[in-house]
Design a protein around this ligand. Structure first.
Ligand code: B16
Ligand code: MG
Length: 207
């Protein structure tokens, strides 16, 4: 491993709980209940695709314009919640593992679908640990398309085969495979397949 590419939500921090609260509020405004079990389907998925899944759950039709307004409303609420995010919300061993890799000379990139990734890294105080940041602002094709990880490897100046991806979603694992990277799954629920190795958190990889 010359390069390490990290997904953000579910690997470094649990932002899924805030995504869920913000989507739940939007659903309530639209007149239906969005359950935590439905939220599983939104993990690793882009903002617009998440909205489409939410509307599907609620049985609601909306025009493109209405969807834009809804997505913006949800994001404003989500960003409001992110304001109080700090390093105490880093997942177990995440910062220590990033520092371990840095000490070992491994180059580090982010590979996330989130357009809020720069804000989240700043709030967590770990932005300086990344040599490159690839996120929802710089990719056009969602996972399982390999674009996010191919870009990450390129920004690190490395071949994809020399990079290992750390992912918590099945679509992300497929994206890493499609890119030709190695992949370690952060698999709390024991539900993921097709990875090279499975751990519960990045702390399990500390030496
Ligand atoms: P935003 P990841 C993903 O983060 C989340 O898992 C997913 O639920 C969210 O819809 C997506 O980011 C887009 O986020 O609305 O902030 O642009 O796992 O790819 O780090
Ligand atoms: Mg994720």
């Amino acid at each position: 491993m010359k390069g390490a590419i990290f997904d953000l939500d579910g690997v470094i921090v649990d932002t899924a709980k805030y995504h869920y609260l913000a989507w739940k509020e939007l659903a309530a405004e639209l007149g239906f209940e969005f359950k935590e079990s439905d939220n599983e389907r939104l993990k690793g998925v882009s903002r617009m695709r998440s909205l489409e899944i939410l509307l599907e759950v609620g049985g609601i039709d909306a025009t493109e314009e209405e969807k834009q307004v809804m997505a913006e409303k949800k994001n404003n609420r989500y960003v409001e919640m992110l304001q109080s995010l700090d390093s105490s919300e880093l997942l177990e061993g995440a910062e220590a593992y990033l520092r371990q890799l840095k000490n070992d000379g491994v180059r580090i990139s982010l590979g996330s679908a989130s357009k809020n990734a720069p804000l989240i890294l700043d709030k967590l105080g770990i932005r300086d640990l990344f040599d490159a940041v690839v996120d929802g602002n710089s990719v056009s094709k969602a996972k399982p398309d390999p674009e996010v990880f191919l870009k990450g490897a390129e920004m690190l100046g490395l071949a994809p085969a020399d990079c290992v991806v750390f992912e918590d979603s099945q679509a992300g694992i497929e994206a890493a495979r499609n890119a030709g990277c190695g992949v370690i799954a952060i698999d709390v629920g024991g539900i993921l397949t097709d990875a090279d190795k499975y751990v519960k958190c990045l702390g399990d990889l500390l030496v």
